[in-house]
Write a protein that binds this ligand. Structure first.
Ligand code: UGA
Length: 437
């Protein structure tokens, strides 16, 4: 099939490459010419395992091209909208200007029978609004909403073999035609057994908001339990293992620590609350306010724990923060708990050095006031405390004996509960986890 992918950020660049991998002819379009130049040259503009290799493979087939001109979307049968919906400045609601602008710009390139498939995470009601606009100017084109569930770090795998596809489609013949078009796009994963659900627009949009809200709630639930563990001397990691053995609960997303960050979970739960308020259903989601508060509290708690760890005052203390990305295998620093903790420590007088295998460049752009050091050993040298805030494999593999020889004081705050307390303690370290004795 001929496919256009509008917006080549995280979602769009991966989607475009994966659609070409599935055998389609794909044009990826973005207004950012620098990004388009990078992608066309086979370079991923962000760190995502497997993406550079995939780009190289599909660009060589000639099935994938990139362009900064929306006119190049003409001729595609399915157009995927993959632009961002960030949080509006000073508000909870999503900023819809990129979706609206991309949709408007695409209208000129549409032909009868085309399917416009939205993938961006949008406030419920967006698809119905865009479908109305489409009906006015292109009555023979069809709007579908096909939310994306990929995780950064696993984006290629999640796109090629997702858990499920969700299609939000209109009723009647148009819905049948849109479903058939999307089934053709996803023929390979569908034929391998990936489940597919069709729904109305609102349900499809809500599936995405609900999924991210549930994940955020799970993380904040275990972090709330960590708070209780901290005042009772209990161990939240054992608690998570034990409740996670109940299949109804499940162990995934029950890792207590510095909380969730990134470009999705935090802003999606806020946008969901804002939208529910507009619809008069704000009470239904007031619990998400608490989910958000618990999450923000974790960051402040780590600052306090660090203060205690270094003897009661942060002034002039050399703190090494291991990890800047919001999670490992990503260079994304949007709403990163690690960086917000690092910045707060620095503000309170600590001398902070941040290291990360991939995210230093992005971190420096956001927090130029912090010091960065790419080399792990140099970063750790003379530290009064190490703070593990992003659980990269290379940090999990640090030897307590080796680290003990280069730091000033053997203090470790394990913000992700991934280190072995006994090994660090027996090497003479003062080990502190989150919600563990
Ligand atoms: C999330 C969802 O998991 C995806 O399904 C969704 O498609 C995506 O948002 C999106 O809306 O685009 P992502 O932001 O890549 O994906 O990251 P997650 O793996 O969900 O992690 C989010 C945050 O939660 C990270 O900061 C991570 O460190 C934290 N986390 C995760 C915990 O603190 N504890 C856990 O047990 C799990």
């Amino acid at each position: 099939m001929r496919i256009s992918v509008i917006g080549c950020g995280y979602l769009g660049a991966v989607h475009a490459a994966c659609m070409a991998k599935l055998g389609h002819d794909v044009i990826g379009i973005d207004v950012d010419e620098r990004k388009i130049g990078e992608l066309q040259a086979g370079r991923a503009p962000f760190f995502e395992p497997g993406l550079p290799e995939l780009l190289e493979e599909v660009l060589a087939t000639g099935r994938l091209k990139f362009s900064s001109s929306m006119a190049d979307a003409k001729g595609a049968q399915v157009h995927f909208l993959c632009v961002g919906t960030p949080q509006r400045k000073g508000e909870y609601a999503a900023d819809m200007r990129y979706v609206d602008a991309a949709f408007l710009a695409l209208l000129d390139s549409l032909e009868p029978g085309n399917v416009v498939a939205g993938k961006s995470t949008v406030p419920v009601g967006t698809a119905a609004r865009l479908a109305d606009d489409l009906a006015d100017c292109h009555p023979e084109a069809i709007l579908a909403w096909n939310p994306e569930f990929l995780r950064e770090g696993f984006a290629v795998k999640d796109t090629l073999t997702p858990d499920r596809f969700v299609y939000g489609v209109p009723e009647g013949a148009a819905g049948i035609a849109a479903t058939a078009a999307l089934d053709e796009v996803y023929y390979t994963p569908l034929s391998m057994g990936t489940r597919r659900l069709t729904a109305d627009y609102a349900t499809a949009e809500l599936v995405k908001a609900a999924a991210n809200s549930f994940l955020a709630t799970k993380i904040s639930f275990i972090n709330a339990m960590a708070e209780v563990c901290e005042v009772t001397g209990a161990d939240v990691t054992v608690l998570a293992d034990a409740i996670g053995m109940d299949e109804r609960i499940g162990r995934k997303f029950l890792n207590a620590g510095v909380g969730f960050g990134g470009g999705c979970l935090p802003k999606d739960i806020r946008a969901f609350m804002a939208r529910a308020g507009e619809l008069g259903a704000n009470q239904a989601l007031t619990f998400l306010r608490e989910v958000d508060d618990i999450n923000v509290r974790r960051r402040m708690r780590v600052v306090e724990l660090t203060r205690t760890l270094v003897g009661g005052s942060l002034l002039g203390k050399r703190i090494t923060v291991l990890g800047a990305a919001f999670k490992p295998n990503s260079d994304d620093v949007r709403d990163s708990p690690a960086l917000s903790i690092a910045a707060q420590l620095q503000l309170q007088g600590a001398d902070v050095t941040v290291t990360d295998p991939e995210a230093i460049e992005g971190a420096r752009r956001r927090f130029p006031e912090l010091s960065y050091e790419a080399d792990l050993e140099t970063a750790m040298a003379q530290a009064d405390a190490l703070l593990l805030l992003t659980e990269w494999d290379e940090y999990r593999a640090i030897s307590p004996e080796m680290a003990g020889e280069i730091v000033s004081a053997k203090n470790l705050l394990d913000g992700r509960n991934v280190m072995e307390p006994a090994a660090w303690r027996s090497a003479g370290w003062n080990y502190k986890g989150i919600g563990r004795p």
